[in-house]
Write a protein that binds this ligand. Structure first.
Ligand SMILES: [Zn+2]
Ligand SMILES: [Zn+2]
Length: 156
């Protein structure tokens, strides 16, 4: 077996995704080992998920803010606060999802109480977790973009 990038160089491993042969220097290029097309495709799908999360956040914020501004008689700017709260709660909720739900709370009245408490906790947690997660996502997207550019220009 020869490396797909370097004909004549013996294979030392393979792409984790498509299984194509890679030489020792190609194997060590990315962790876990990936050939270029697979790495780019994988990162593109990761970036897409990141973009969707950010888009949902903006959508919740603008949607809630617009809805409140449209309906409120007095406190029109209250929508911005509520929008920020609920956009943050989107992240807080995802964070809480990592904590397993006790079986007793998955149905019936227990579930309704649990969902209410979870929403309140999500709003509270969202104030800290929301900005942090959004910051992390933007950083990841930038890292993916940078790597793509480096691969295209032959630097990585
Ligand atoms: Zn591959
Ligand atoms: Zn190679």
């Amino acid at each position: 077996m020869e490396c797909i990038n370097h004909p004549g160089t013996p294979a030392a491993g393979s792409c984790q995704h498509c299984g194509k042969a890679l030489c020792s220097s190609c194997v060590n290029r990315f962790v876990p080992p990936h050939c270029e097309p697979c790495l780019l495709a994988h990162n593109a799908s990761v970036a897409q998920r990141l973009y969707i999360d950010l888009a949902v956040t903006v959508f919740i914020f603008l949607g809630v803010a617009a809805l409140v501004a449209y309906h409120a008689e007095v406190n029109k700017s209250g929508g911005i606060v509520l929008g920020l709260m609920l956009a943050g709660a989107y992240w807080g909720w995802q964070f809480l999802n990592r904590i397993p739900t006790p079986i007793i709370l998955t149905s019936g009245a227990g579930f309704i109480i649990y969902a209410g408490i979870k929403l309140m906790l999500a709003i509270l947690a969202g104030f800290i977790i929301g900005p942090w997660e959004i910051f992390k996502r933007i950083k990841e997207i930038n890292a993916i973009k940078t790597l793509k550019k480096e691969i295209e220009t032959g630097k990585a």
